[in-house]
Write a protein that binds this ligand. Structure first.
Ligand SMILES: *Cc1c(COP(=O)(O)O)cnc(C)c1O
Length: 347
């Protein structure tokens, strides 16, 4: 739901938009400075040369294996278009990120899903069993959207050991910057294998550039990167997004300090939710996945009446879950007050 629609629905202006995992702190002030120098009359660089060079240096990966996208969402679509043929088996996790299924279906694949465990963690034996069936693509978000946990080192290693040469493993690390120190870096782990893989990252979450639409895919080999490049539109990343992403990368200190504060808020909100007796998944992201004990659409209406937007979950087995973004401390307090009121209501 948009902020404008929520304003209309609630009759209030002060909407706490906690449904899309945006950064409530905004972005580095260097982004605005970089945008001020932009010439909007010139086409953007179709190769995103400067951005890919900065990423190459930061990640230690040759630029020929990096493709920038109009958000990492575009890279999900381009990877599917590059490798899936009608009838191919694609696999992912449930609950999961919608586009991992939608873009595979759009390319004619059959999609099978592995459930998360009831304790809201990854079901490693089930993921391994699915990988042994050699799907053409396996999409996995770690940290998981919508649930929140990240694969630990041992789990990631068990998964990597089960990937066959027939499978392209797509590890979607949209929330990489929010993970704990002891969590593995998926890009480093995959780089040490000879598998076919894609790692997706984005400027939309930790870097606070969701509205500009820029993310990227890092791939195991240049041939795959060329196939993904051929599957995107030429000027896919606009000029504003390119300079903004470079400015954001050159001010990592801003991102790190924002992420540190959001992680402290995440712990505070999660503790308060658990203290209400509600089940909340361990999160390595900037959101929490909570069983509110009410139909999630009814819960959404309750939060909207208090000018708060949350994301109601609808997948089977999760119809009483909502996903809520960690906002500013005062937005989080408003959310907790509204959740307390909902938890007290008779069921
Ligand atoms: C937010 C998100 C994305 C998409 O991000 P954009 O770069 O804004 O397109 C991709 N994958 C997951 C799991 C996400 O949560």
């Amino acid at each position: 739901m948009s902020i404008a629609a929520a304003q209309k629905h609630s009759g209030r202006q002060d909407i706490a938009a906690l449904a899309s995992n945006e950064n409530p702190d905004g972005c580095s002030p260097d982004v605005a400075a970089a945008l001020a120098n932009l010439n909007p009359s010139r086409y953007s660089d179709p190769a995103c040369t400067v951005l890919r060079a900065v990423l190459s240096h930061k990640l230690g990966v040759p630029a020929e294996r990096i493709v920038a996208g109009n958000g990492s969402e575009e890279m999900i679509a381009a990877v599917c278009r590059a490798v899936l043929r009608p009838g191919a088996l694609a696999a992912t996790v449930c609950p999961g990120f919608g586009l991992h299924e939608i873009e595979a279906l759009a390319n004619g694949a059959k999609v099978e899903k592995v459930g998360m465990r009831t304790d809201l963690n990854f079901d490693i034996p089930a993921i391994v069993a699915m990988l042994e069936r050699a799907p053409v693509i396996f999409f996995l978000s770690s940290p998981s959207n919508p649930v929140g946990p990240a694969l630990d080192r041992e789990s990631l290693e068990r998964i990597l050991a089960a990937v066959t040469p027939q499978t392209l493993l797509v590890l979607d690390e949209a929330y990489f910057e929010f993970t704990d120190e002891d969590m593995p870096d998926g890009l480093a782990a995959l780089s040490a294998t000879d598998l076919s893989w894609v790692v997706l990252r984005t400027f939309s979450k930790a870097y606070g550039l969701a509205g500009l639409r820029v993310g990227y895919a890092v791939m195991s080999d240049a041939r795959l990167a060329r196939a993904v490049t051929a599957a995107k539109t030429p000027f896919n990343v606009n000029a504003a997004a390119q300079v903004a992403a470079v400015a954001a990368l050159e001010d990592e200190a801003w991102m790190r300090s924002s992420v540190a504060a959001l992680k402290r808020e995440r712990a505070r909100v999660a503790d308060a939710v658990a203290a209400m007796g509600l089940s909340v998944a361990r999160s390595q992201t900037n959101f929490l996945f909570i069983d509110v004990g009410w139909d999630s659409r009814a819960a959404l209406n309750h939060f909207l009446s208090k000018a708060i937007i949350v994301k109601p979950w609808k997948e089977e087995g999760y119809e009483t879950f909502i996903r809520v973004t960690i906002g500013t401390p005062s937005e989080n307090d408003r959310f907790l007050d509204a959740l307390r009121a909902l938890a007290k209501r008779e069921g």
